[in-house]
Write a protein that binds this ligand. Structure first.
Ligand code: PMP
Length: 375
């Protein structure tokens, strides 16, 4: 089988798996224990933290290890808003965020916050003019993702950070889950950032919340005080050390991988654009390619590719079982036929030239097979 659903989960690097095993064999102690082995284990945790921050180029920031981006987003949104109530009550969120942001923000309405959505342009980027119009003195929180998980479109994070400099009480949260290891972005303007290891060839169950200054996030879960009290509970050090390892490999090879994956993206894009009734979405990072066979259901195309040995997804794994139209594609003003017919192909550093060739032939074959239903 050919795996092209890497925006949902990536295959771990061998080195990450080895690190996980070695750490669990040799450093199984609690990172908070003060006996000699506990201290050695705690030192490994701090070395992992330092490495993650250095690889991000954010050496002066804090890093709280979590179980993944869903947890990081929850802590950032709920933990920051706890501190903000006296300063204002408006929260701005882009309408194309992942459910682990949108659903938390929606819940904040029950805490008395007023939620406003920032619009999206047809190219998939958030509308900075709309952001400008919605910013006022009551706004205390803005959240925008770095790279969209449905289209791969890169969001203008540093421009937003520049705009928000004029609003000092606004906290700027960035969900950088799909950017890490794929594209070099200036993320220094964000107050908090979410990461997830299994999106860059680490393991599931590890992620990070990067925090610009101490004290801006309050805990949302209480316990023994691990991770500066922000995320209590014994740290999953094996997965954390494996994440740091995967991040190093992904970062070191990022540019070369980007160029190679961009070639695959372009070839697939060119091949399918030539077919009738195919709509290709604007892109950003080359790892994600979203396209529609207009008139067919995305699920049918995914299944037809599956029968040919290629694994892709309809929109995102988190939404693929829901019978709703994908919000990102709707926000970009796509027709219902395009949204319903959409599939997401996502490459990784393991994708090969041969796999890209097989994908192109399979897409052409499926197109012919279901030609009768296409618009
Ligand atoms: N944000 C984005 C943009 C994502 O793509 C994902 C993963 N689907 C998440 C957050 C959630 O990440 P995790 O699975 O680590 O909780």
């Amino acid at each position: 089988m050919i795996y092209m659903d890497n925006a949902a989960a990536t295959r771990p690097f061998e080195e990450a798996l080895e690190t996980f095993e070695q750490v669990n064999r040799n450093y199984y102690y609690n990172t908070a224990s003060i006996h000699p082995e506990g201290r050695r284990t705690g030192q490994l945790l701090e070395a992992s933290r330092k490495q993650v921050l250095e690889l991000l180029g954010l050496g002066g920031h804090g890093c709280v290890f979590t179980s993944g981006a869903t947890e990081s987003n929850n802590i950032a949104i709920q933990g920051v808003l706890k501190n903000k109530k006296q300063f204002g009550s408006t929260v701005l969120v882009s309408e194309i965020e992942h459910p682990s942001v949108i659903n938390v923000i929606e819940e904040m309405k029950n805490e008395g916050f007023d939620v406003k959505y920032i619009g999206t342009k047809e190219n998939g980027q958030i509308d900075l003019e709309d952001l400008g119009e919605k910013l006022d003195n009551d706004v205390v929180f803005v959240t925008v993702m770095a790279v969209n998980n449905i289209t791969g479109v890169i969001q203008p994070v540093s421009e937003i950070a520049k705009i928000l400099k004029n609003y000092p009480k606004v906290h700027f949260h960035v969900d950088a889950t799909q950017a890490m290891g794929k594209v070099d972005m200036d993320l220094g303007g964000a107050d908090t950032l979410s990461l997830s290891a299994h999106k860059f060839h680490g393991l599931k169950g590890a992620g990070a919340l990067i925090v610009k200054r101490e004290g801006i996030v309050r805990p949302v879960m209480y316990g023994g005080g691990h991770e500066s009290g922000i995320r209590s509970g014994t740290v999953n050090l094996g997965a954390v050390a494996a994440m740091a390892k995967a991040m190093r490999i992904a970062t070191e090879n990022r540019e070369e991988n980007y160029r190679r994956v961009a070639r695959y993206n372009e070839r697939v894009r060119d091949a399918v654009s030539a077919l009738p009734s195919v709509h290709v979405q604007p892109g950003g990072v080359p790892h994600i390619l979203n396209l529609s066979f207009e008139g067919a259901m995305g699920e049918v195309v995914v299944n037809a590719l599956g029968a040919r040995g290629i694994m892709v997804s309809t929109t995102s794994a988190c939404a693929s079982k829901l019978a709703v139209l994908n919000e990102t594609l709707v926000a970009m003003d796509n027709t219902e036929a395009i949204v319903k017919g959409s599939i997401r192909i996502s490459f990784s550093s393991f994708t090969t030239d041969e796999e890209a060739d097989i994908l192109i032939e399979a897409l052409k074959g499926v197109h012919k097979e279901i030609g009768g239903v296409l618009k």
